[in-house]
Design a protein around this ligand. Structure first.
Ligand code: DGL
Length: 271
């Protein structure tokens, strides 16, 4: 890639709005970079789809962002990262970064007793991608994975705390507590917003790994290593947002999650 490409934006995509957690973490770590976000709201959720369908949707999303002349792609969606990363890496002419490897490596460093739990969508858990990455990062680790499908709608409804979120977390996480996880990977875009209740249920001794934060650290590191990081101390990056359906809903949530009113979300027409 030529040096001039440094000024191009970084593409970030997710099945919907959850990837805004990754977007937020990236914008904090790389404030001078232009970022283009695409939420595939016409096809969300990916978490209950087949591997073939997740791959197809992910490829279409990535091609849309390639049309925005991105210099690198961050796959914010854990489900896409689990199921579509090899195909995206094969087919795209830019570096493609996911959330699984960074999350697994951070958990390996955080774990004191080698007992690591991971929670995510059904498709992410079925793929076995996190346990595989964890075994590479922490050979001999004891791993338990669990799907928590109700967490996604809870977050989108804005019920991040309170009795419903707490009770749901208690039910999903009691097997994880019995297992005795010392570290828990929040392996889904939406789960960092439930960190409060998840932490309360798991208890203070359990380390929570936020895959959004870890992915943003890793993206910054990789861009630097590839000479693709834009360093301009005084520059504030430009942000653009696209959604494949219902952009107004994305706008509402994006304003709340990112804490700024100055956003626009455009409708993306995918083929
Ligand atoms: N973005 C998805 C993930 O991180 C969660 C929502 C969905 O199922 O599409 O796995």
């Amino acid at each position: 890639m030529r040096r001039a490409d440094v000024s191009r934006p970084i593409g970030v995509f997710d099945s919907g709005l959850g990837g805004l957690t990754v977007f937020k973490a990236l914008s904090r770590r790389l404030p001078g970079e232009d970022l283009v976000y695409f939420g595939d709201t016409a096809h969300v959720p990916y978490g209950s789809k087949s591997a073939a369908e997740v791959e197809r949707c992910s490829l279409a999303a990535a091609r849309f962002l390639m049309g925005k002349h991105i210099k690198a792609l961050v796959v914010a969606c854990n489900t896409s990262s689990a199921l579509a990363l090899p195909r995206l890496r094969r087919e795209l002419p830019v570096p493609v970064m996911g959330v699984i490897e960074p999350g697994a490596r951070a958990a390996a460093l955080a774990s004191r007793g080698g007992k690591v739990g991971v929670i995510g969508t059904e498709a992410t858990v079925l793929s076995g991608a996190y346990p595989e990455a964890l075994r590479r990062a922490l050979p001999g680790a004891k791993i338990k994975a669990a799907a928590c499908p109700l967490f996604v709608p809870l977050v989108e409804e804005g019920w991040w705390g309170g009795p419903v979120a707490l009770e749901t977390a208690r039910r999903y996480l009691s097997p994880m507590k019995r297992f005795g996880a010392d570290t828990l990977i929040l392996g889904c875009t939406h789960y960092p917003l439930l960190k409060g209740v998840i932490g309360r249920v798991m208890g203070p001794g359990v380390r929570l790994v936020d895959s959004a934060v870890e992915a943003s650290k890793e993206a910054a590191r990789q861009l630097e290593a590839m000479g693709l990081r834009r360093v301009a101390a005084s520059r504030r990056g430009r942000w653009s947002f696209y959604a494949s359906d219902a952009p107004r809903r994305v706008l509402r949530l994006a304003r709340r999650w990112l804490g700024t009113g100055e956003l626009r979300v455009e409708l993306a027409n995918l083929p």
